[in-house]
Write a protein that binds this ligand. Structure first.
Ligand code: ADP
Ligand code: MG
Length: 699
């Protein structure tokens, strides 16, 4: 088993092993920086204080930060708690008073003994005629002047943690930093003027000027590139391993696909054919597939997934489709059973809801190959589930799964049969930069074209004050046969409160429209909710009031109206997903975004974009712009890596370079065996990509 190299051991010790860092400070620092020495190293300054300005007392201007050498004349303890303790000081040019609130006299007497000379540094203020320095940042003996006079970095802090102990701890941490072999390409390093790693780290912690804090200052840029390279190299290793694992080529006979195609109520779009062609080619090759199928909401990914699964079944293998929610899994089952009926394949559903005997039977059918296509939630890949010969695993709307789940899945799939092919499907158009950080340079198929006959959704923004009018217009819509989604937001801390709001809205609409109004939310029992969804899909309900449970993937082509209450509370990606529930058939669809006034600036921008475009890529990019990359999709939810040193908005070019770099590294040294390879292994461990190192033959 691969292990962290010894040279890095000091960096991964807890901060409390540093001298002068006790458990209390350690705990505080764990909140801001992390608990290990390496976390302190990665905690870069956010600003600086220039303490080089060392004027005479009379020449220290009000408002400036100054470092003064003064004679301590006399202490004047405060007469009461509201007045400060004062220490009068002077030099040959004038007087200055150091002031302290809530002072401890004995401490100050020791720090500033009367009759001696001290260096003090802090902000100069004026109080009436008196020059003051309230709570100097530094008090030092003249022989320690070098510790004070200079440029002092300032760090992001947390309540209870002040800059001095943090500064001390960081200095102590930096003293533990070993010299590491250089992993960057020399030509590239020279080209960018990058310092060696250790020098870069020290320089980043020792800014001299404001420009040194710029994310593209050479020291910071180098550290950011190190982090991006470790990310890209780790992903490239996973990919290399996936590709290298040979498997049985799945060519398929075409029999099942032909049977399904003949009965398909539509013909595939060019985009679908193209994507399917790419997938079929991957499956027919002896290398394992790892491909992302990206297509905006409503672009028709499901049928592509079905055809891909049929290829596996035609080749005598099983296929599995995993959905992020129970609701979606059941919908997939319904849709796929109908579409696949002419082929006669045996499809089964496995979610957390199946229990007891029924579950045992399902598991037995999966294990002996009776079930050819399995649909389900993550329950599909849990302990105790075995496939006879899983050839293809498809993960739908996979951005909803975290990295860990995805890895667990991939390894589960691998363990189950060694050469399982993987297809990830996502509706959320991930901008290229984000895709790169999350997947590396993985194979991507895009459904850029939507099925024919789709009309753009007529999107309007309406203040909530006009709710009554909106409800009246629903009456007219229902009369013309429309089916309506009415979405209430999930925002309160407690989902129960939100559910109550949705229940109220449903009750209100029932009073007006009778019992053809249904309600679906996350607190309902799964079976109950499925029931409501099925009624809506079958046309037994005119209005479906729902919380965001319908956000992802729900497909009822006959629904043509989407009302979103408090649209200002939703993010752009979410609004786009919700709107994507309509406009899926050939009818003209409408989306009403109801908002509460007054509207904040960002919310206003979001709603304007929604009115302007239904292009998922454009929306994703605007989202990125409005919210910042880390926040798009929610870092945790999306499984995107959290960078400590790199900022993928600022460092987009570096990211691309790191991706290219990682590829050329593995082309020349696939097992990282050369001298640079050895250094790169250390880089991987430094950024805790330990898992990736295990993909190497000799780790
Ligand atoms: P998504 O990509 O969002 O998962 P779906 O696979 O649910 O989209 O497809 C959306 C709707 O479009 C479904 O009702 C599906 O039957 C329909 N559809 C898919 N492909 C085509 C096509 N080529 N022509 C017409 N309708 C299609
Ligand atoms: Mg879908």
């Amino acid at each position: 088993m691969a292990q962290r190299p010894e040279i890095l051991f000091p960096l991964f010790k807890p901060v409390t092993t540093l001298s002068g860092v006790g458990p209390k400070i350690g705990a505080l620092m764990a909140k801001v920086t992390g608990e290990r020495i390496i976390d302190l190293c990665w905690h870069l300054p956010a600003g600086l204080i220039d303490r080089r300005f060392a004027p005479k007392v009379a020449e220290a201007p009000e408002g400036s930060i100054a470092t003064l050498t003064v004679h301590v004349d006399a202490h004047a303890p405060s007469p009461n708690r509201r007045l400060p303790y004062k220490v009068r000081c002077s030099d040959e040019t004038g007087f200055i008073t150091l002031t302290f609130f809530n002072a401890r006299a004995d401490y100050l007497k020791a720090q500033l003994p009367e009759g001696e000379t001290r260096i003090v540094s802090g902000r100069i203020e004026r109080y009436g005629a008196e020059r003051q320095m309230p709570h100097p940042d530094w008090i030092a003996k003249p022989e320690d002047a070098h510790e004070v006079i200079g440029v002092e970095p300032t760090y992001p802090l947390t309540a209870g943690l002040t800059s001095k102990p943090l500064l001390k701890a960081i200095h102590a941490a930096l003293r533990q930093v070993p010299d590491l072999p250089e992993w960057q390409d020399e030509a590239m390093r020279a080209h960018h003027n990058w310092p060696l790693w250790r020098e870069a780290l020290f320089a980043a912690h020792k800014p001299e000027e404001l420009v040194d804090l710029d994310p593209n200052a050479v020291a910071r840029q180098r550290l950011a590139y190190d982090e991006l390279l470790s990310n890209q190299l780790a992903l490239a290793l996973v990919r290399q391993r996936t590709h290298r694992t040979r498997g049985e080529p799945l060519e398929g006979t075409g029999v099942l696909r032909d049977a399904v195609t003949q009965e398909l109520p539509f013909s595939l779009t060019n985009a679908q054919e193209l994507a399917l062609g790419e997938i079929a080619a991957d499956l027919a090759s002896p290398h394992r597939m790892l491909r992302l199928l990206q297509g905006d909401v409503g672009s028709g990914k499901t049928v592509v997934a079905l055809m891909a699964m049929l290829i596996a079944v035609e080749s005598g293998r099983q296929a599995a489709l995993m959905a992020p929610t129970e609701l979606l899994a059941r919908q997939h089952l319904r849709v796929l059973e109908a579409l696949a009926a002419p082929s006669g394949v045996r499809i089964a559903l496995l979610t957390g809801r199946e229990k007891g005997k029924a579950r045992d039977q399902l598991l037995a059918d999966l294990a002996d190959g009776t079930t050819q296509i399995a649909i389900g939630t993550h329950a599909l890949f849990q302990e105790g589930v075995t496939f006879k010969n899983l050839g293809l695993a498809i993960i739908d709307e996979q951005h909803r799964f975290g990295v860990h789940q995805r890895l667990a899945l991939a390894s589960k799939a691998t363990a189950s049969s060694g050469d399982t092919n993987t297809l990830l499907m996502t509706a959320t158009p991930i901008p290229r930069t984000l895709a790169l950080t999350a997947y590396g340079d993985m194979d991507v198929s895009r459904l850029l074209e939507k099925p024919p006959g789709r009309q753009p959704v007529d999107t309007r923004t309406i203040p909530l004050a006009r709710l009554t009018e909106v409800i009246e217009s629903m009456r007219r819509a229902i009369e013309t046969g429309a089916r309506i989604y009415w979405v209430c937001p999930l925002v309160a801390e407690s989902e129960l409160i939100d559910v109550a709001a949705a229940e109220d809205r449903a009750a209100d609409l029932r009073r007006r429209f009778g019992d053809r109004v249904g309600l679906a939310h996350g607190q309902m029992k799964g079976a109950e909710r499925d029931d409501v969804m099925a009624q809506f899909a079958a046309g037994d309900l005119d209005i479906l009031v729902a919380t965001t449970v319908i956000e992802v993937g729900v497909d009822v082509p006959e629904a043509t109206v989407m009302v979103i209450e408090h649209a200002e509370r939703f993010g752009l990606a979410q609004l786009h997903q919700l709107r994507g529930r309509v406009g899926r058939g050939t009818g003209q669809s409408t989306c009403l975004l109801l908002y509460a006034q007054p509207l904040g600036e960002t919310a206003q921008a979001r709603l304007a974009i929604m009115r302007e475009t239904d292009d998922g890529f454009r929306i994703a990019e605007e989202d990125l712009r409005l919210r910042g990359a880390g926040e798009v999709l929610g870092t945790r939810q999306s499984g995107l890596p959290d960078f400590r040193l790199a900022d993928i908005e600022v460092h987009q070019d570096l990211l691309q370079a790191a991706s290219d770099d990682a590829q050329s590294i593995l082309e020349t040294d696939p097992e990282l065996k050369g001298p640079r390879g050895a250094a790169l292994r250390i880089l991987l461990y430094l950024f805790e990509r330990d898992a990736a190192v295990r993909y190497l033959r000799s780790g």
